[in-house]
Ligand binder design. Structure first.
Ligand code: PLP
Length: 427
């Protein structure tokens, strides 16, 4: 275990001191949160960036209103996927010319997996199995199932347990496996996979790997190019604070970029889109992973979140994230021990992302009671209360106050009220 010794602050004052000494404390001013709110759901939707409204206004009034179609060139609209892609690449260690921001994570997974399976169909045609985590975010599994169905020809999606991935795939990697799709940090438990050794194990088994970075991009140090990974996808609206529904990214290792095209071969991925040729000729490099016109307002606002993350030292972000989650775990153990609360997030730093998840049989009602008090986390089936820790705007005092509120809600059964039993469409 590499988890270092640390001492848990014993009172709120000690947490205030940690906040005052925090080298990242000034980043909080770059975001706008409502008053009296502790926001611990940045792993679902990041907080609003300070300039977001002004940027949207500028795009609407100046670029759209005055510039009209001229802004495709003069305001750089056409280049936004690549411009933003370079910024994401800087944050996740992708290297230049390797990333575009476009479409959704689900769609980018379809494109990446299609291209990877095409490569394998040439190199190792007998391999027809796609492995992914049983506990992966469901959309990833569904997209792979949809793709396997579309391909026919005995393509099949097989599910594997997280423990087996951590152990290096002793049972499941076989010469049938063409592709492994893994989410770097489990959305529910917060378990983190080691990217480099896992990638090596997959390659040693003859398969390719696509990493989903939805819960790690912007939250920890990633060295995509250095890890030897084949492809990666991820969203910008979680730890990268791009705004609701902001577009996702796709990264492809340089050596693979020109090997195949992806099947959503729209005009934005064409080498010369404005020649309007009836024949598709893919652009050179990562641009061939584009499909069609993108939401310019959303992209422009997302850029603010990327710029903030690009300025933050990811090693400092990771150090603070672990200090916050250590504190959270220690306080839960010290102050909620009378209650049936279990911590499902791994204790070892090398296996922990940037969240703390706990279970309680009344998880949904407890989260509802917390939200009523202005402390926003979320709930995931079954029984999981999830607290995302975004080091750029979450403080040690926030963690202290959250555990104290939880203690009060549990001690006084405040969750046991009719308004906490009603479920909306989105939990
Ligand atoms: C959030 C998340 C998604 C979301 O996909 P969209 O297509 O953007 O809705 C996909 N995969 C994982 C692992 C996620 O955490």
């Amino acid at each position: 275990m590499t988890t270092p010794e640390h001492s848990t602050p014993r009172d709120r004052k000690a947490c205030e001191r940690l906040d005052a000494e925090d080298p990242l404390r000034s980043f909080k001013d770059e975001f706008i949160l409502p008053p009296d709110t502790i926001y611990l759901d940045g792993n679902s939707l990041g907080a609003r960036t300070k300039g977001a409204a002004e940027r949207a206004q500028e795009v609407i009034e100046d670029e759209w209103g005055t510039g009209l179609i001229r802004s495709s060139n003069t305001a750089g609209w056409f280049d936004l996927p690549a411009t933003l892609g370079e910024k994401v690449a800087g944050i996740v260690g992708g290297g230049a010319g390797s990333t575009v921001v476009t479409d959704t994570t689900s769609i980018n997974l379809f494109k990446a997996a299609s291209a990877a399976l095409k490569m394998q169909a040439t190199d190792a045609p007998e391999r027809r199995v796609i492995l992914t985590q049983r506990e992966n975010f469901p959309s990833d599994i569904y997209m792979l199932q949809g793709l396997a169905e579309q391909l026919g020809d005995d393509y099949e999606v097989r599910l594997v347990d997280d423990e087996e991935v951590t152990a290096g795939f002793p049972n499941t990697m076989s010469d049938e496996v063409a592709l492994v799709v893994l989410t770097h940090v489990n959305y529910r438990t917060g378990r983190l996979f080691e990217m480099e050794s896992t990638t090596s194990a997959i390659h040693a088994g003859g398969a390719m790997v696509i990493w989903d970075l939805c819960h790690s991009a912007g939250a920890l140090e990633i060295d995509l190019a250095g890890s030897g990974a084949d492809m990666a996808i991820g969203c910008t609206y979680k730890f990268l604070n791009g705004g609701p529904g902001s577009p996702a990214f796709i990264w492809v290792a340089e050596a693979l970029q020109n090997r195949f095209t992806q099947p959503l071969s729209g005009w934005w991925g064409h080498a010369k889109p404005f020649e309007m040729s009836p024949d598709y000729a893919p652009a050179d490099g990562i641009r061939r992973y584009l499909t069609g016109t993108q939401g310019v307002i959303s992209m422009s606002v997302a850029e603010l979140g990327l710029d903030i993350a690009a300025r933050a030292d990811m090693a400092a972000v990771r150090a603070k994230s672990l200090a916050l989650s250590d504190l959270f775990i220690d306080l839960i153990e010290a102050r909620l021990s009378d209650h049936p609360v279990d911590i499902v997030t791994p204790r070892e730093h090398e296996h922990r992302g940037s969240q703390v998840s706990i279970t309680h049989p009344e998880g949904f009602a407890i989260m509802s009671a917390l939200i009523e008090r202005g402390i926003i986390g979320d709930y995931r089936e079954p029984e999981v209360l999830r607290f995302g820790l975004t080091p750029l705007y979450t403080g040690f005092t926030d963690v202290w106050d959250t555990v104290e509120a939880l203690r009060d809600i549990l001690d006084n059964h405040a969750w046991d009220a009719p308004q906490h039993k009603v479920r909306g469409a989105v939990t």
